[in-house]
Design a protein around this ligand. Structure first.
Ligand code: SAH
Length: 359
C-alpha cells in the first residue's frame, strides 16, 4: 500500500468521505507523495507524452504566435511571458529560440514559470539556465503590472474536477470512501455544490455532470490580468467544445488507463477540459476569445508543414522520417490532432494566426 493511500484512509476515518476533487488534489500535489511532486512522468518510458516533447516545432510555432500577440499589443517595451505547468521547460525553451528573433521583445522580457512540482521546477531551471532574459519561478501565478502573454499546455486537465449526480434525493457529489473490507471506493453523497436548475430539469435521474470551479478560478484570474494590463493567453488541452454530461475523469499509468483508486499518487489523474466553461470566464470580463479550434487546425494554420519542410531540407532520410512522424503525432485526428483544442483569450480583437481555419 502506498504511503499516500494509508494517509487517505486515515483522513477518511477521521473526517469522513473525501470529495473526489480533494482526492485528485492529494494524488497529484501531495508534497511528499503527489504524482507530479516526485517524478518526471513524460515520454515513452513515462506515463504520457506531451506535444512539446514530441517535437521542437510545437514550441517554435507557439513562440511565433507569442511574437504576433506582442505585435498586436503594439510591441510594448516591457512584457511578461508566463507559463502554467511547464513540465520539463521544453515548450518555453523552444518558444524563446523563436522570440529571440525580436530583439526589442527580448530586451523587455520577464518570464514567470508557474509549477507546484519541485522535481519539474528543477528540470525547468536546468533547461532555462542560459535563458537570455530574467526567469522567475512560482507555485501560483503572481500579479503583475506588465501586459502578459500566458501559455498553458496540458495544465487545466490536471486541475481537480467534481462529479455531481442527479439523484431522486437531489444533487449528490462523488466522494472517496472506505469500504467494509478497508478498501477505497466511490459513493455519491449529499453536497453543497449545485448546477443550474435548467440543467437539472432537462436531464433524467442518474445523469452525471463534471465541473471544475478550480479551473474557472484560474481562468478568471488570467482574464482579470488581461483586462487590467492587456495581454493574451493561449490554452491548449484535451477537451470538448459543447457542454456535455458524463464523467471523463481517468487515471493513466504507462500510457494505459488504470483504476484511479488503486495506487494514489502513482497514476496521473486527469479529466477532459470543458472549453465552454473557460470561454465563459473570459467573455464575462469582456475578453476577446478566438477558437477553440482543434490542435490540427491551429498548427497547420501556423505553418507546421512549412516548418517541418525547412527543418528536413537536405537532411538524412532518418531525420525526415522523424519529422513526418512528429507531424502525424501532432495533427493527425487519430492522435493529438482533434482531441486537443486551442483557445486564445486576448485584450485585442485582431485576428490571430492559428485561428484562420485552413480550407
Ligand atoms: N506543459 C507541460 C507539462 C504538462 S503536465 C508539457 O506540455 O509538457 C502538467 C504540469 O502542470 C506539470 O508540470 C505539473 O507539475 C503542473 N501542475 C499540475 N497541477 C498544478 C497546480 N495545481 N499548480 C501548479 N502546477 C501544476
Amino acid at each position: 500500500m502506498t504511503d499516500l493511500k494509508t494517509r487517505i484512509l486515515e483522513d477518511i476515518a477521521l473526517t469522513g468521505p473525501m470529495p473526489l476533487s480533494r482526492y485528485m488534489n492529494l494524488c497529484l500535489g501531495d508534497p511528499v507523495s503527489g504524482y507530479y511532486m516526485t517524478r518526471d512522468p513524460f515520454g515513452q518510458k513515462g506515463d504520457f507524452t506531451t506535444a512539446p516533447e514530441v517535437s521542437q516545432m510545437f514550441g517554435e510555432l507557439i513562440g511565433a504566435w507569442l511574437v504576433s500577440a506582442w505585435q498586436a499589443l503594439g510591441s510594448p517595451s516591457r512584457i511578461r511571458v508566463a507559463e502554467l505547468g511547464p513540465g520539463r521547460g521544453t515548450l518555453m525553451a523552444d518558444c524563446l529560440r523563436c522570440m529571440a528573433l525580436e530583439p526589442k521583445l527580448m530586451r523587455g522580457l520577464q518570464i514567470d514559470m508557474v509549477d507546484m512540482s519541485p522535481t519539474l521546477t528543477a528540470a525547468q531551471q536546468k533547461k532555462l539556465s542560459h535563458a537570455p532574459c530574467p526567469v522567475r519561478w512560482h507555485s501560483s501565478l503572481p500579479d503583475s503590472d506588465l501586459p502578459t502573454l500566458l501559455i498553458a499546455n496540458e495544465f487545466f486537465d490536471a486541475l481537480p474536477v467534481h462529479i455531481l449526480v442527479k439523484t431522486q434525493k437531489g444533487i449528490a457529489e462523488r466522494h472517496v470512501i472506505t469500504s467494509q473490507e478497508g478498501k477505497l471506493g466511490f459513493a455519491d453523497l449529499p453536497t453543497k455544490l449545485t448546477i443550474s436548475q435548467s440543467q437539472i430539469d432537462a436531464t433524467p435521474f442518474g445523469t452525471v455532470f463534471e465541473l471544475s470551479p478550480e479551473r474557472n478560478d484560474v481562468a478568471d484570474n488570467i482574464a482579470a490580468g488581461i483586462d487590467a494590463n492587456g495581454g493574451a493567453a493561449l490554452l491548449i488541452d484535451y477537451g470538448y467544445l459543447q457542454p456535455k454530461t458524463g464523467a471523463t475523469f481517468q487515471a493513466l499509468t504507462n500510457h494505459q488507463m488504470v483504476d484511479p483508486l488503486d495506487q494514489p499518487g502513482e497514476a496521473d489523474l486527469t479529466a477532459l477540459v470543458d472549453f465552454t466553461s473557460l470561454e465563459r470566464c473570459f467573455k464575462s470580463r469582456g475578453i476577446h476569445v478566438s477558437g477553440p479550434v482543434s490542435q490540427m487546425d491551429f498548427l497547420l494554420d501556423l505553418g507546421l508543414l512549412e516548418r517541418a519542410g525547412q527543418l528536413g531540407a537536405d537532411q538524412s532520410h532518418e531525420i525526415q522520417t522523424g519529422l513526418q512522424q512528429a507531424v502525424t503525432r501532432l495533427v493527425s485526428p487519430d492522435e493529438m490532432g482533434t482531441l486537443f483544442k486551442v483557445l486564445a483569450a486576448t485584450s485585442f480583437d485582431d485576428p490571430m494566426p492559428g485561428f484562420q481555419k485552413p480550407s
